[in-house]
Ligand binder design. Structure first.
Ligand SMILES: C[S@@+](CC[C@H](N)C(=O)[O-])C[C@H]1O[C@@H](n2cnc3c(N)ncnc32)[C@H](O)[C@@H]1O
Length: 178
């Protein structure tokens, strides 16, 4: 086998308008006070990859356009639908009232390990937290459940954009039955 690397032109990616028209994965991403612009951009890029329905940018989470978001989003702020909300807790309650299940992605008492978690039919939302403080306790308390990524090394946690990559791929693959 030659294992020749594919050219970008061979990857058959969607144009921005094709992305907008495509059926989305029934997953919503909520960023709860994420401080780093590079982390925000990185979550946009991952969300584009897995056809995420929408990203909510909450609290201090900065909004596009910004050059430091663009550096890591690489254009994904144009494809993925997004909206700013000041209070994460109000958004969580609003989504729940519409029937969306909201899960805090955190290390918490009673958390379910990601490998054991099965997304509910319908729309699921996942909340990722601040680089230092994590997801606000009131948001964790109001959520329908907490999902934790098992870690076995010496560090307490993963970078938020890395954790978004792990969780979004896992849920995308479970929803699409890949
Ligand atoms: C750097 S961590 C925050 C760590 C912080 N010490 C705390 O109290 O949560 C930033 C975010 O990444 C996600 N995260 C990182 N590692 C995780 C893990 N092992 N399981 C679940 N979420 C994780 C969570 O959403 C967390 O709020």
């Amino acid at each position: 086998m030659k294992k020749r690397k594919l050219l970008n032109s061979e990857l058959d990616r969607k144009s921005i308008s094709e992305f907008h028209q495509a059926e989305k994965t029934p997953l919503i991403v909520i960023l709860d006070n994420v401080r780093s612009l590079n982390n925000i951009g990185s979550v946009f890029r991952t969300s584009d990859a897995f056809l995420i329905k929408k990203i909510y940018l909450c609290g201090i989470t900065a909004c596009p356009p910004h050059k430091d978001i663009r550096k890591t989003a690489l254009g994904a702020t144009e494809s993925v639908h997004w909206e700013y909300r000041e209070k994460t807790i109000e958004l969580v309650k609003e989504l729940q009232a519409e029937g969306t299940k909201v899960y805090a992605i955190e290390q918490a008492e009673g958390a379910e390990m990601l490998n054991d978690f099965q997304p509910e039919p319908g729309i699921n939302a996942v909340v990722f937290g601040n680089e230092v403080k994590g997801v606000q306790q009131e948001v964790v308390s109001a959520s329908d459940g907490v999902i934790e990524i098992p870690q076995l090394g010496s560090k307490h946690s993963l970078n938020i954009s890395v954790s978004a990559g792990v969780v979004l791929w896992d849920l995308f693959s479970k929803i699409k039955k890949i």
